[in-house]
Design a protein. Structure first.
Length: 136
């Protein structure tokens, strides 16, 4: 078995466990506060994810353009963009665990704490050749 297939198997099992946890928590919370309340929370967090992603995305885009205008690589804006996109998707997706992690990625203070880890992870991917970076 190759290393790639082992990683894929691990990711699939992790995704399955995550989905089952999300469904279990949704059912449990629904039994405590009611199905309509859970649906309302899902709709509100979806709207919040779309709104915050759009607003912060445009701010990050403008910051990246300013950095490029000063002939600087927009590395920080790039990592912010990854966090904002991923955080927005997690908030739009139904579930309380995904909402929690989505908010962590969209709140600037917690996102800044995670950026160092994300930068190190991206650096490892570039060094392994899994992400190709070209400067024109």
């Amino acid at each position: 078995m190759t290393k790639g297939s082992e990683v894929m198997r691990f990711l699939l099992i992790g995704l399955l466990v995550f989905i089952l946890l999300e469904i279990g928590i949704l059912i449990w919370v629904g039994s405590k506060i009611g199905v309509l309340s859970v649906l309302l929370i899902i709709i509100i967090t979806g709207i919040l994810g779309f709104y915050l992603g759009r607003r912060q995305g445009f701010q990050t885009w403008n910051r990246a353009l300013q950095e490029m205008g000063r002939n600087q690589a927009p590395a920080s804006a790039f990592i912010d963009s990854i966090c904002i996109i991923f955080g927005s998707v997690l908030l739009i997706a139904p579930g309380f665990i995904s909402d929690f992690f989505g908010l962590l990625l969209l709140i600037p203070f917690t996102r800044n704490l995670l950026k160092l880890y994300i930068a190190k992870m991206l650096d490892k991917l570039v060094k392994r050749g899994m992400v190709i970076y070209r400067r024109y």
